[in-house]
Design a protein around this ligand. Sequence first.
Ligand code: NAD
Ligand code: UDP
Length: 316
Amino acid sequence: MSKRKTAVVTGGAGFLGSHLCDKLLANDISVICVDNLLTGSLQNISHLFGNDHFKFIKHDVTNFTHIPGDVDFVLHFASPASPIDYLELPIQTLKVGSLGTHKALGLAKDKNAVFLLASTSEVYGDPEIHPQPEDYWGNVNPVGPRGVYDEAKRFAEAMTMAYNRFHHVDTRIARIFNTYGPRMRLDDGRALPAFVSQALTGKNITVFGDGTQTRSFCYVDDLIDGIFKLLMSDETNPINIGNPAEITIAEFAEEIIRITGSKSRIVFKPLPVDDPKVRQPDIKKAQELLGWEPRISREEGLKTTIEFFKKQLAIS
Ligand code: NAD
Ligand code: UDP
């Protein structure tokens, strides 16, 4: 019988990281979750305490990270991810994307482990090519407020490729597009939790700008499935993982009002600086190289997510 493998998940107590821990454990891979709980929560992984194959280490991955024993995979998910979080935590965001990625890559090198970076569609900035293919280099303002996140992730991608080319670490880069689902924080400021909590509590729905900007939302189970397939592949170049179903933010607000049956009204607020005008993944590479594409419709994913938020708000 082959030996059970072990994965280190940085940021494993966050929204995506905790679903990733579940997926790895479900595939008989032991998990060491490393998180400093900056934007994550023990609640996201509380169901895993007591599982002999799961370990939690409270640690800031911008510092040297020691993990005893064999490690087969390092999945680097640690980073504030919502615009509100990274605008409030600009230095931590830059540090975890740069120093944290360096430490996580160093760990992978030391353990001869496969490394996977959680990168982002934000590397394309406010894109001039639509939809965005992986060979588009992006349009990022380095000195704007979003630069702390976008440039940290662009640096992280460059560092990952350098470890691949120079140290021959076996690496993967997932460019993750907007993802939603249970365990998102109600107050993380992203459009979906903001709109759903506003709709469920009868508050005005705050659409920024004129609402014509677009996003393409992927349900978390689909996303994690894509990440797992990428991890198990031998694809070193960046791969977009996201759902190409594009919608304007104003239409998205109306959709949430309809599905929740809310009486909330839409109000328009100023558009944040450098807010991308369009975003839609080109997923041809993921389809061809990983045999992956999303399966869960927005309607279905939204219904499950709304039920989760209702429980959080204690609404029956
Ligand atoms: P999240 O905030 O829920 O999770 C991030 C986790 O990282 C948190 O648990 C936080 O405590 C931890 N963390 C932050 N700094 C750390 C540090 N220095 N040391 C240890 N732990 C640290 O965010 P998320 O939505 O789950 O995003 C996870 C990853 O996926 C991030 O790298 C993010 O950039 C990327 N991503 C997410 C999305 C999305 O739509 N959710 C889109 C693109 C990319
Ligand atoms: N947005 C909005 N109202 C909100 C929060 C966000 O209109 O209360 C807009 C935001 O300006 C952006 C889109 O919704 O155009 C998606 O924002 P989000 O923060 O979810 O993620 P982003 O894709 O910008 O990282």
